[in-house]
Design a protein around this ligand. Sequence first.
Ligand code: 13P
Ligand code: SF4
Length: 298
Amino acid sequence: MKEKIKKLLKEKNAILLAHNYQPPEIQDVADLCGDSLELSIKAAETDADVIVFCGVHFMAETASILSPEKTVLLPRTDAGCPMADMVTPEALAAKKAELPGVPVVTYVNSTAAVKALSTICCTSANVIEVAGSLDADEILMTPDRNLAQYAASKTDKKIHLWEGFCPFHDTLTVEDVERARKLHPNAVFMAHPECPPAILAIADEITSTSGMIRFAKESDHTEFIVGTEVGLIYPLEKENPGKKFYPASLTMECADMKKMKLEDIVNCLENMTGEVKVPEEIRVPALKAVQGMIDLAK
Ligand code: 13P
Ligand code: SF4
């Protein structure tokens, strides 16, 4: 199956991008695995004709926003992000009317229509930098309340929260972490900023998924408790032979990220199905928000 995918990718001049939470066999066949920021940058820069996105819907939309001339395929069009659905363009427009002049920072885990109403986007890798780049004393951050509270703890700006959350990161409890720390007393605890403030308060390191891979590589420690979706254990182990990684909780498994199968990639490449295309009237304003974030990363 993997050979078939490689052959099809070549035939169609296609590139396969996979998020760090994707199943191992998909990460193994991908041209690039990464966090949301790395994947967005690659989607903007590739010269392939086709981008096959192994992740969830908003990620493929971001690729379409950045590369409208390319065909963007999402092998499982039913792979969504519950957090992204917690803010609608209508609700955001109403909130903006309550906060006139306040810039809107939107987490990339959001629909293109919501990005189109935003000043700038951010990911878990650059939220502090993005918030700091705005010449404003107040910011509305959407949709993740935990990411927003994390940003609020690092800036003097007033952050207006949106009550969205990731159902998997948000359920991690202090008791879960304490239990893992008792079992692995020498382990360092890494947490994703989608986790609640009480978790971030006891974390040794707070960073994005790729940030965790880099941190583990550079650290002298050899054991780590991983406070993010359990799929990250695979690239952590692959990139760090000899080091040990323990999930903070086994319930942190994103069902949407796990929908993708190798067969889905073969089908979508053979039939060129699962295209995600953002209409121009949404793409153009959304691009301003996404490009603003990418330009900051340069
Ligand atoms: P990052 O890979 O950008 O840290 O994001 C995590 C996530 O939840 C993506 O849906
Ligand atoms: Fe969305 Fe959470 Fe899944 Fe990431 S892990 S795609 S934020 S539901």
